[in-house]
Design a protein around this ligand. Structure first.
Ligand SMILES: Cc1cc2nc3c(=O)[nH]c(=O)nc-3n(C[C@H](O)[C@H](O)[C@H](O)COP(=O)(O)OP(=O)(O)OC[C@H]3O[C@@H](n4cnc5c(N)ncnc54)[C@H](O)[C@@H]3O)c2cc1C
Length: 495
């Protein structure tokens, strides 16, 4: 795109800067704040090429096909939802966020830019570039960031996460549940009786092209995903589809009445429970198409109307897990991405780099069908159950001993619900920490992990239906042999 020539007259505006993780109009504080001022509001989204580059260690695409498609659909839906409010969304691609703001400051007299604040270094680096651009243009122009994306607001926590973050999830949960409460959704709209301001006029020299076309995946350098019929639940990006899924799961199929906690290991046969056993809201939550407070509020409303059950408490616990990882990033900082992880969790562990083993893990060709089934599902659909994520991650770290960061980066690349804090947080808290404590406990830690992987297969895929679905090579075998095909081989050869 050619930069627009410097405008003669620059209209005064406020800006709402939407990012990959807040793609909605409901319960959106920066949007509400921007419209409290008596100025036209320009809404902006940038498909920054940075997010379509490569991961640091594994050189995987940072955003794989499934997530890229979900993102494009979500931005498209945001544009439509803003249009329903007589607003526009300015979409830019092929330029960095800083370059886009550089242009916008030439075209408009920007008073304030409103956005959610960030805690992770890549996002903060972009934020800091935008600050510099705004300051260079006019020292008075502010980037006003507000906290969002968690259930509990940062200011309501009973501890300072940067200095006194609880060491365990249980302690975190008990402290927030005891001392903090969840703010109602959209409280900032209600408080100020906000009316939407008119959209700004496109700069005279730009007019029709100003709002920008929606890119398609090839424009972003991403191949179009190939749908796989075996997917658990096909998802479409956007606030509209996210709200529909919430409505359908909670109120129509009454999914909460049979909800199985994602991190609850007590329920057997998790692989055969069907798509409604958990909410499957993660892609919409990760892209901010749904506000986590709205999900919480709906669960509380359901309880009020249909009675309190253990299932709602289970779901709220998972939402608190989400907060634990998101707020944990404040305490853990960049240690989250280092080989030893935060708090020295990975101390004493040694790792190998073996490209052949890594490729076999990625492609679901390790020879352990229960592991391979999850890895193939992940690659073919962008999703696998929490149970599967733990199984393959533990296998990769405890058995293969491969540098865990490559696993986290592969997940980053392929997951449709990738959320930096949740992905890296789960890798360090569930996987790295466990690998270290296993090593400390067991004399033969690798054998221990392998045995557990087989045990989980038997427990959670007793008929091997899930394994056979993704590893058709073992379809003709009995359930036990399908999960452990070496047994059949030994019998055939009378070993
Ligand atoms: C190695 C590893 C990597 C992961 N990476 C991601 C990721 O990038 N993005 C992501 O959304 N989840 C991630 N998870 C957590 C979890 O697997 C998914 O949130 C869950 O499978 C999503 O399915 P659901 O929406 O049906 O979950 P539900 O059981 O319906 O839970 C509702 C919501 O709670 C949150 N949640 C549930 N479990 C966890 C958890 N363990 N940690 C944090 N939040 C949780 C999610 O936002 C989820 O959508 C990861 C887990 C592991 C073990």
């Amino acid at each position: 795109r050619q930069p627009f020539p410097m405008a003669q007259y620059r209209q005064r505006v406020n800006v709402v800067w939407f990012k990959n993780n807040d793609l909605r109009v409901h319960d959106h504080e920066p949007l509400a704040l921007a419209h409290q001022h008596k100025l036209p509001v320009l809404h902006v989204f940038v498909f920054d090429p940075f997010w379509f580059g490569r991961t640091r260690h594994g050189r995987f695409p940072k955003t794989g096909s499934f997530r890229a498609q979900f993102l494009v659909e979500s931005v498209q839906d945001l544009r439509q939802n803003l249009a329903n409010l007589n607003q526009n969304l300015c979409v830019r691609s092929g330029q960095s966020t800083a370059e886009v703001f550089q242009q916008l400051t030439a075209e408009f007299d920007i008073t304030k830019v409103f956005a959610y604040s960030e805690t992770l270094f890549e996002e903060q680096a972009i934020e800091s570039e935008v600050r510099q651009v705004l300051k260079a243009r006019s020292p008075g122009t502010q980037l006003r960031t507000v906290w969002g994306t968690t259930l509990y607001h940062l200011d309501d926590l009973p501890f300072d996460p940067s200095t006194a973050f609880p060491k365990s999830f249980t302690s975190f949960r008990q402290r927030v549940e005891r001392s903090a409460s969840v703010r109602p959704t959209g409280y900032e709209w209600g408080q100020a009786d906000v009316r939407l301001q008119p959209p700004p006029k496109a700069p005279a020299q730009a007019q029709t092209s100003f709002w920008g076309p929606m890119p398609d995946l090839p424009d972003l350098g991403v191949p179009t995903p190939v749908p796989d019929k075996r997917i658990q639940l096909a998802t479409k990006g956007g606030e509209t589809a996210g709200l529909q899924r919430l409505q359908q799961w909670l109120w129509e199929t009454k999914g909460l009445s049979k909800y199985v906690g994602t991190t609850d290991w007590g329920t057997p046969a998790k692989c055969s429970l069907g798509p409604d056993s958990t909410t499957k809201l993660s892609p919409w939550l990760a892209h901010g198409c749904l506000s986590v407070r709205l999900v919480y509020q709906e669960v509380v409303r359901y309880e009020a109307l249909c009675g309190r059950t253990k299932f709602s408490a289970l779901l709220i616990r998972e939402l608190i897990w989400r907060d634990f990882h998101k707020l944990g990033t404040i305490a853990w900082g960049n240690d989250l991405f280092k080989i030893k992880g935060p708090c020295g969790w990975g101390n004493g562990l040694t790792w190998v780099r073996n490209d052949d083993l890594l490729q076999r893990w990625i492609n679901g060709a390790t020879g352990y069908p229960f592991v391979d089934a999850h890895m193939r599902e992940l690659k073919a659909t962008g999703y696998t159950l929490h149970l599967g994520r733990e199984v393959v991650a533990w296998f990769m770290t405890s058995d293969l001993r491969l540098d865990w960061r490559l696993g986290a980066e592969w997940f980053e690349s392929v997951l449709v619900d990738y959320d930096c804090a949740l992905n890296w947080g789960n890798w360090v808290y569930f996987v790295l920490q466990q690998a270290a404590s296993r090593q400390a406990r067991a004399s033969a830690p690798t054998t221990l992990a392998t045995t557990e992987v087989l045990q989980w297969g038997a427990e959670h895929d007793p008929k091997a239906a899930f394994t056979k679905k993704w590893v058709p090579e073992v379809q003709h075998l009995t359930a036990t042999d399908a999960r452990e095909p070496w047994g059949a081989v030994c019998r055939t050869h009378q070993v």
